[in-house]
Write a protein of this length. Structure first.
Length: 194
């Protein structure tokens, strides 16, 4: 495994991820938004995540900048990164499938929004966030650069910790005791742990 091959694999997984997001996005846009918590803060959080999981690593893959932060490829870590990315893509696929018309890129509640508690949502309340954490971990494992590799953990971490409480408060307001009961029986992003 070389750094170039590892970068190509990261890029290929990124393209597959974008393709996976297209169909649910088109389907969800057909269902009107009833309530949205979008605003400057949400825009900044999404920007941080996009920078860490997309812009910084894509710039590294395209230009090899910042070269000074490179370290040698460890093939075992690259192969582990592939396995983590496969798990990430499967989780995104399942999450989109389970959410159906409820899916949104931001903090939105749609008309006829339902509380999904089946499929991967039976184990964790935020499996899409679980998928993003896996994506960020795969980036660390696949990109041998001290800036581009961990940029996803930082960028998505900003979104996750900046949004999670607001999202759960929104869901409690929308679904009340039904959501509180769901919270008591599920973890946030890691089954049985957190």
């Amino acid at each position: 495994m070389t750094a170039t091959i590892s970068k190509i694999i990261w890029l290929a997984f990124g393209i597959i991820w974008v393709i996976l997001r297209q169909q649910p996005g088109r389907r969800a846009r057909k269902t009107p938004v009833r309530y949205s918590a979008r605003g400057a803060r949400e825009f900044a959080l999404l920007g941080a995540s996009l920078s860490g999981l997309g812009i910084v690593p894509a710039a590294y893959v395209a230009s090899h900048f910042p070269r000074f932060a490179d370290y040698p490829v460890v093939p075992a870590l690259s192969y582990l990164g592939i396995a983590v990315d496969v798990a990430c893509l499967w989780l995104f696929y399942r999450t989109h499938r389970d959410l159906g018309h409820n899916w949104s890129v931001s903090l939105d509640l749609r008309e006829r929004h339902t509380l999904v508690t089946t499929g991967v949502y039976a184990l964790v309340r935020h499996p899409m966030y679980s998928g993003f954490w896996l994506m960020a971990l795969a980036q660390v494992l696949l990109l041998p650069n001290w800036v581009a590799g961990p940029a996803g953990l930082v960028g998505f971490g900003i979104l996750f910790f900046g949004r999670l409480r607001r999202e759960e408060a929104m869901m409690i307001e929308a679904f009340g005791e039904e959501y509180r009961a769901y919270m008591r029986r599920t973890a946030r992003v890691v089954p049985w742990l957190f």
